[in-house]
Design a protein around this ligand. Sequence first.
Ligand code: ATP
Ligand code: MN
Length: 458
Amino acid sequence: MKSVKELLSSEKPQQDITVAGWVRTIRELKNIYFVELNDGSTVKNIQIVFDNDAISNEEVSKLTTGSSIKVSGDLVESPAPLQKFEIKPKKLQIYCINDAEKYPLQKKNHSFEFLRTIAHLRPRTNTFGSVFRVRSTFAYAIHNFFFNEGFFYIHTPIITTSDCEGAGQMFQVTTLNLEEIARSGKLDYSEDFFNKKAFLTVSGQLEVENFAQSLSRVYTFGPTFRAENSNTTRHLSEFWMIEPEMAFFELEDNMDLAEKFIKQTLTFTMNKHPDEFEFFDKWIEKGLLSRLDNVLNSPFERITYTEAIEILNKSGKKFQYPVFWGIDMQSEHERYLTEEYFKKPIFVTDYPKEIKAFYMKRNEDGKTVRAMDLLVPKIGEIIGGSQREDNLENLLTNIKEKNLNEEDYWWYIDLRKYGSVPHSGFGLGFERAIQFITGMTNIRDVIPFFRAPGWAEF
Ligand code: ATP
Ligand code: MN
């Protein structure tokens, strides 16, 4: 059995090949049936030309869009202009005739919104097939990048008892009987499964930092969960995050790595999927290829938060949210900086300590921390990272200032007691990155089955 992709990239014609897939279209012209077959190996279809010779037209005419078949025959040069090869069939096996009347994908050009309600069928469309092929390769590219850079992959836990960011937007994990508690009015976490409150993780960073203190270069890449009620095109309740953590890296090294990481994984993925990227450029975002080209070929700009605020203030633009030193920049601010002002990806560093997490390293000015966010056109923030606070006293002060409980972080604090070293890391939202490289505008359309407020179907 050959895949459609293998056949289409064949060097020369071949005799006696077998291929299987689903009929995309079937049309008849002067007693010849032309079937476009797709098996998901590529966005392209292979054409099978049934000329009533080896297989009767009566048999072929039963086929409908979505029907599944296996065909044996010869791969021959195609007289048609846009394709090199087609199949001259000798044998047809029909697995299943699709009921075209009822098939939800019979009609072309469904809205993405409608396709979300049939998420079990949408991978059959060109768009979603392409997104998920690219998603798979991009994940591989990420592992490949880290492997080549000498990193070790650490599987951090999904169930946690610490609230990493202190943000209070976590899903609780419990085996307590809620009905019983409602009835009795008694709640005792010491009787819960873990004898204390537990959650789904919002980030593997704190755990992976432990491993950076022994294996030096590590990363985690797994699912993370946020119970925030954000109905936006950039937020999911369940998403995947890539979080490298490097001992002996300072903020500059962290940015160097992040830039190299984005460029190399993007290049790898684009090289493996020229047809898919051409498809995205044509149907999803006009100009995508030149936008990505610009990302690959320009050095990312680096500015401080203070400089960013100055630029915004001098822009003469009317923003919905006011701009002054101390604000947590909104998407409109971030996008002005990266899309209009610099017209390329930018790192913004040294944010006010009030708006950043407790684990970020303080600057000497006492006001800012060694944070870095990577902002990109179309999306805004795609990476958030920092150099971590490696000084025990400063870390304890930060924990106090953020009103967190020291006891909850005892093992994290231990790292600063025993052989503490400067170290840095960042987090990349995997789905945001896929939006960025495919041009898909809604994050719900780049994950196989999305979870969002009010939605966990399929
Ligand atoms: P935002 O301000 O956009 O909500 P954040 O500041 O909460 O992001 P972090 O906590 O720094 O984000 O998480 C690291 C990365 O994870 C972000 O840069 C982003 O790419 C991604 N991310 C964060 N929240 C979500 C979400 N709800 N759905 C998908 N990706 C997310
Ligand atoms: Mn958020």
